[in-house]
Design a protein around this ligand. Sequence first.
Ligand code: IMP
Length: 431
Amino acid sequence: MPVLALVGGQWGDEGKGKVIDSLAANANMVVRYAGGDNAGHTTVNPYGTFRLHLIPSGIFYPDVRCVIGNGVVVNPAVLLREIAELRQHGVETHNLVVSDRAHLIMPYHTLLDKLEEQRRGPGAIGTTQRGIGPAFVDKVARTGLRVGDLLDGAVFRRRLESTMEQKNALLTSLYAHSPLSVDDVYSQYMDYGAQLHAHIADTLPLIHDAMQRGDTIMMEGAQGALLDTDFGTYPYVTSSSPLAASAALGSGIGPTCIDRVIGVFKAYATRVGSGPMPTELKDDTGEFIREKAGEYGATTGRPRRCGWFDSVAGKFSVRINGMTEAVLTHLDIFDGFESVKICTGYRIDGVLTTEFPTMVEMVERCQPVYEELPGWSECTEHISHFSQLPTNARGYVDALSSLLGCRVSFVSLGPRREQIIAVAPSPFTHS
Ligand code: IMP
């Protein structure tokens, strides 16, 4: 019963889409379990280059069943666009199923996300403005509409009227915005429902039958551990949990069903949006990494903040996810670097710590303490075996394994599907 959860180990954008696209050749099912179209999973494969926001990255294999789980918030307009784009490129989408329990992102969610960010002014979170926060607020407040509601016009209308009364009051009073029309939203969403009808189902039996058959199931996470609502740099976080534990809730399986938790880490750190990032490089090196790696948001196009690998945050992430192994992506970006640094501790007000602090104000005061390792000059992008990697590149991978206390099982050396190599099992030191 191999169920693997693949999670982001940092602030998102670690390359989860690429890793899923590479590993899903051996899977029977891929399930997206959290987030919404704030995610942007980039894959480069024989069909072309894609940035998937909602559809699981296993979609490029016609025999892999792809599920959008109950834990995802779904903007049907985005989903339909994504289906159309894939079809245009000859990618089959008949294997895509959306949970009827997943909540819908509505036009007032995206509008409220934008208006609330404006209202926050200099304290803005830097959200993707895709309506994610407001949609999860409604889910928890029990005022949300779900994908299954699209299939019953009368039920949908009743729920919509009740919720929109409240939303329009908020729009007009707090934000001085004009109200939205219930009729317009209703007819637009009924149209989406008609188009998505064939993809909507109770996904629970599908997932449980697959587990019973012993199928290989990959749980595809979105965002990264440090954006988790509970454990991230609150309030500069997203509104659902990117952690492995959420793979159980977001798909409807028990936590004991997850066999392996694979954390995806970039060889360096990036963050998009506001909030502290202790190893951020506001200098030429940071700029060089951004340009070489094309570190611009897949969803918003915003430049990503870049910095050295933060093993304090990384070890924290290994713990809160219960990672059994890690995948290191973008290692090739360091080709040609004379040396590379890893943050091994923080000084907060002069005191050394190796624990990731709880309060955002403390994280803001963290001064990183670095270990410097020798770099390598060779180009690694065509390397197909771990033993062929330059000695110093292997040394960097081993150092990260040791600091994280988690074996690195794969290293990715470029955006293409085949640019990923297995790391021979090697003993590593638990720190
Ligand atoms: P939201 O999820 O759109 O509400 O944004 C909250 C925070 O999470 C912002 O800092 C976003 O930039 C960040 N964020 C959301 N989704 C992603 C992602 O897929 N990758 C990286 N950052 C993300």
